[in-house]
Design a protein around this ligand. Structure first.
Ligand code: ADP
Ligand code: MG
Length: 252
């Protein structure tokens, strides 16, 4: 404590320091830690370094945007974290599990339980209604049919689709389909949601409503990584990461 300050000043300084300590303590837990993650594709005989030694830490409740030119490795990064692709090197620890060491046979279950996917083209099953699409995601989760339906209804309701439960994807607008796919991604309470250009196909009004959904979810503690080309989407995220030529430019 520097000499010469009056007690009031000292008290104030201490309060500021206490607050700093408190904030540090409050930092949410790390949900995802990516270390030197790489992916090389061989095209013909030429190696394509789609992702080079990516490092990244994501905390619970973050809404993280990933931006970068086309072909820079954004989808590759998401696919590796989502265990849809196999890494050429490095690791990715999600909620305590190193994804790169999980045996192939256990991956579908891990994906189902820990990761929710949202795609640009929604990827809903066209023959099923909104309710059935969401309920299907829980089919193998050990929850009774009654509970699954209730939970699917609740999720769709939260996303403002209570009047669309029995509509099929072709009977829904793009924004509505994307909200169904977000409900589906949330169905098993995943540790992480991965969204690859989720607003790539929708008008700006719909885009804004989807971004609002993500923000609400993130405020409730849901961790989300969203790949986007759109600065208006990135602006609403809690952090933005840029990838160029397979290299994360501003890693933490
Ligand atoms: P982005 O999503 O940023 O547009 P991608 O991650 O899809 O980029 O691709 C990164 C690079 O890896 C590109 O050069 C792409 O052509 C290449 N790539 C992606 N998938 C494959 C694949 N299955 N086989 C060969 N090359 C691929
Ligand atoms: Mg892509």
């Amino acid at each position: 404590m520097p000499e010469g300050k009056n007690p009031a000043q000292r008290r104030e300084k201490k309060q500021v320091e206490d607050k700093k300590v408190e904030r540090k303590k409050e930092k949410p837990e790390v949900i995802l830690r990516v270390e030197n993650l790489s992916r090389t594709y061989i095209r013909g005989k030429i190696p394509v370094h789609a992702l080079r030694s990516a490092c990244l830490t994501v905390r619970k409740g973050e809404l993280l945007a990933i931006m970068g030119p086309s072909g820079s490795g954004k989808s590759t990064l998401l696919a590796l974290i989502g265990t849809l692709e196999t890494a050429s090197g490095g690791k990715a620890v999600l909620d305590g599990t190193d994804l790169t060491t999980v045996p192939e046979k256990q991956l579908p279950r891990l994906r189902r339980e820990k990761i929710g996917f949202v795609f640009q083209h929604y990827n809903l099953i066209p023959t099923l209604t909104a309710l059935e699409n969401v309920e299907l995601a829980m089919r193998f989760s050990g929850v009774s049919k009654k509970e699954r339906v209730e939970r699917a209804k609740a999720l769709l309701g939260e996303l403002g689709l209570e009047d669309r439960l029995h509509h099929k994807p072709t009977e829904l607008s793009g924004g509505e389909q994307q909200r169904v796919s977000i409900a589906r991604a949330l169905a098993n309470q995943p540790a992480l949601i991965l969204a690859d250009e989720p607003t790539g196909e929708v008008d700006t009004k719909t885009r804004d409503s989807i971004v609002r959904v993500f923000r609400d979810l993130s405020e409730k503690g849901q961790t989300i990584i969203v790949v986007t080309h759109d600065p208006a989407v990135a602006k609403e995220c809690s952090r933005v990461l840029r990838i160029v030529d397979g290299i994360i430019k501003d890693e933490d």
